[in-house]
Design a protein around this ligand. Structure first.
Ligand SMILES: Cc1ncc(COP(=O)(O)O)c(C=O)c1O
Length: 379
């Protein structure tokens, strides 16, 4: 049995998405910027994809800009909001995705901003009182806080942070790469100015994503070139990627309740099986809390031992794909910056299991049994 539990890294393409993309790989090949019939047909398809995404997020089509993925969307929103609004301070955490932390660190090195880190509690959740005191001390700041952490799954209260940013006139950008397609985002209600998404995290194709940019908080463009994407991103569009992204998001919204309930059951099942089988195991961040973490992610650590050090490798030998990272206070390059920030003293290796609609209870049982075998616990 081969088991894929690394859906936070990427998800398999939904066959229905592939069917929607196919015509744009073969017969509908025109350049959407061409004014002849071949081009016009493709232009119309891109605009209807944009309209579809906007409808699902309850915003206007002009607020959706397609990109090459989450990294480009994060880079654009951070760099260009700071540039457009001459923001001098940025408030974030050290456990954001590198697309955010490396961009903010670079902007600080360039002398454009002063970077402030908001305190995290022992589970890795943002300390909202400290966030407010940072906002009070540094009004007109950029706030970049992710909706769900890609390693430990911790969820942020987007509404609450939006209200706080509104109160102190801050520009609020949120990396929603792990939650778009898994939760409904109502952009008319949320006070978020910029959000990011990547299609391959919700059964769409790789190399395509989008950013939401609030129409009252427009920013300068990042990639200069042609007038594509309403002058916001030069370069010939990834046409079949965009078509696939919109179809994938449509399917997610159509089947969200069903998938959420299925995946939550898988996660709850894995938590109780692991607790029963491997009592020394701990859950990293708040990933063991079904209410406060993303339902697709479970991050676990086992006590330090020779077998556990090789856990991911041994899982791979058993045809189980998951992903890892450890606190690695020694500074080894394989360490996770998220676990390193939360557990600087820990030497325990960690495994992130992440689920999708395609996983089954049988797969979870198989993985827990193999894990126990690797750790030599009788089951
Ligand atoms: C939270 C988060 N942000 C950004 C990214 C980057 O997205 P992409 O791979 O589409 O550039 C990822 C991908 O792992 C992610 O999990």
């Amino acid at each position: 049995m081969r088991v894929y539990l690394d859906n936070a890294a990427t998800t398999p393409l939904d066959p229905e998405v592939f069917e929607a993309m196919k015509p744009f790989m073969l017969e509908d090949f025109g350049n959407p910027s061409s004014t002849h019939a071949h081009g016009r047909k493709v232009r119309a398809a891109i605009e209807s994809a944009r309209k579809k995404v906007a409808e699902l997020l309850n915003c206007t089509p002009g607020e959706i800009i397609f990109t090459s993925g989450g990294t480009e969307a994060d880079n654009t929103l951070l760099r260009c909001s700071i540039d457009t609004y001459k923001l001098k301070h940025a408030i974030s955490t050290p456990i954001e995705h590198h697309a955010v932390t490396h961009t903010l660190e670079t902007l600080e090195k360039e002398g454009k901003i002063k970077l402030h880190y908001v305190n995290l509690d022992e589970k890795g959740h943002v300390d909202y009182a400290h966030l407010e005191s940072l906002l009070k001390a540094n009004p007109n700041a950029l706030v970049s806080l992710m909706h769900a952490n890609n390693e430990i799954g911790n969820l942020l209260d987007l509404e609450k942070v939006g209200e706080l940013c509104h109160l102190y006139n801050a520009y609020f950008q949120s990396d929603t790469v792990q939650t778009i397609g898994h939760y409904r985002h109502d952009m008319k209600k949320l006070k978020v100015h910029g959000m990011t998404a990547a299609a391959h995290k919700f059964h769409g194709p790789k190399g395509v994503g989008f950013m939401y940019i609030n129409k009252d908080k427009k920013i300068h463009q990042f990639i200069h070139g042609g007038a594509q994407e309403r002058n916001m991103r030069g370069g010939t569009e990834n046409v079949y990627g965009i078509i696939g992204l919109a179809k994938a998001l449509e399917i997610c919204y159509r089947e969200m309740a069903e998938h959420e309930s299925h995946i939550k059951k898988l996660k709850a099942h894995m938590i109780s099986k692991l607790n029963a089988t491997l009592p020394d195991l701990t859950f990293n961040g708040d990933s063991g809390n079904l209410e406060k973490s993303l339902y697709t992610i479970l991050n676990v650590s086992l006590p330090e031992s020779e077998e556990n050090d090789m856990l991911l490798f041994n899982l791979d030998l058993q045809s189980i794909s998951a992903s890892g990272g450890s606190a690695c206070s020694s500074g080894a390059s394989t360490g996770s910056h998220v676990l390193g920030a939360l557990y600087p003293e820990s030497k325990r290796g960690a495994v992130r299991f992440s689920f999708s609609k395609y996983n089954t209870t049988e797969e979870i049982d198989h993985v827990v049994a193999k894990l126990a075998e690797i750790c030599r616990v009788a089951v």
